[in-house]
Design a protein around this ligand. Structure first.
Ligand SMILES: [Zn+2]
Ligand SMILES: [Zn+2]
Length: 262
């Protein structure tokens, strides 16, 4: 813990827990304000209202419940594993920071790919846990973390703990990493294909890619989240997409390969 002599300073562990929650609502709040950009939506507003199987009110309550449980568990984890601060330690070099970030991204991706794919494979887990996330056929930003609380714990909290521990990053660096991962996840669900979105430029795994997974035909593809598409490519679950103009404005992500029937 790095509480200062001032007494009211907040530890990096606490910030690493709460800043990403704040970032989630801020970033998705910006998207909520932009939501009416009909010309850039991947689905019409009408589809958002009609195809989704859950109300916005329920989604907000579900996300807050999940964030509350995760924050409590994260604080417990930090209390158990916590060691005394490193914030007075040597300054991190950029190379070290980059290596920690990339390691954490790869660990999180690997954990989430296999857990996510297994939640689709195992009918019991799908029915009782992961199907909650798939009630959003037309994703929107603040629905990004609408998950069963157990899924939040399994994929995000444990995955986050693993990426934190295996990358060797400090609690202070983790504030930035978890905030970045949160922004990326919100962006993947934003439902908008806005020009100049850097996530769309730099990541093959992006809003359109994950939109494919949320469609009824797409649940056998594009399990990778939140950063890279490598596991989908390696294990043959990669579904490329083309972006077509919709007649009523905006775009639609269409599968660029034949969809396998089961
Ligand atoms: Zn899924
Ligand atoms: Zn999703």
């Amino acid at each position: 813990m790095s509480a200062s002599e001032m007494g009211f300073a907040v530890s990096d562990e606490l910030l690493g827990t709460f800043v990403p929650i704040l970032v989630y609502w801020l970033y998705s709040g910006i998207y909520a304000l932009l939501g009416s950009f009909e010309d850039y939506r991947l689905h019409s507003k009408k589809d958002e209202d009609e195809k989704n199987l859950v109300s916005k009110r329920t989604v907000i309550k579900g996300v807050i419940l999940q964030q509350t449980i995760q924050a409590v568990v994260a604080i417990l984890l930090f209390t158990v594993t916590g060691n005394d601060g490193d914030s007075a330690g040597p300054k991190h070099s950029l190379i070290v920071l980059a290596r920690q970030f990339v390691t954490a991204m790869l660990v999180l991706d690997t954990w989430q790919y296999f857990m996510h794919r297994y939640m689709h494979h195992n009918k019991f887990l799908y029915k009782h846990i992961h199907s909650q996330h798939h009630r959003l056929v037309v994703p929107y930003a603040f629905g990004a973390l609408y998950n069963h609380p157990l899924e939040g714990l399994l994929l995000d909290t444990i995955g986050g703990a693993l990426s934190f521990l295996l990358s060797g990053m400090s609690p202070r660096v983790s504030i930035f990493f978890f905030s970045f991962a949160t922004i990326k996840t919100v962006d993947d669900h934003c439902g908008l294909w806005l020009p100049g979105n850097l996530f769309h430029v730099f990541f093959g795994n992006n809003t359109a890619y994950h939109d494919v997974h949320h469609q009824l035909y797409g649940t056998k593809y594009n399990f990778s989240q939140p950063f890279f598409v490598m596991w989908d490519r390696i294990l043959g679950t990669h579904m490329p997409y083309t972006l077509e103009k919709r007649a009523d404005g905006g775009f639609e992500a269409r599968p660029a390969k034949e969809v396998k029937e089961e």
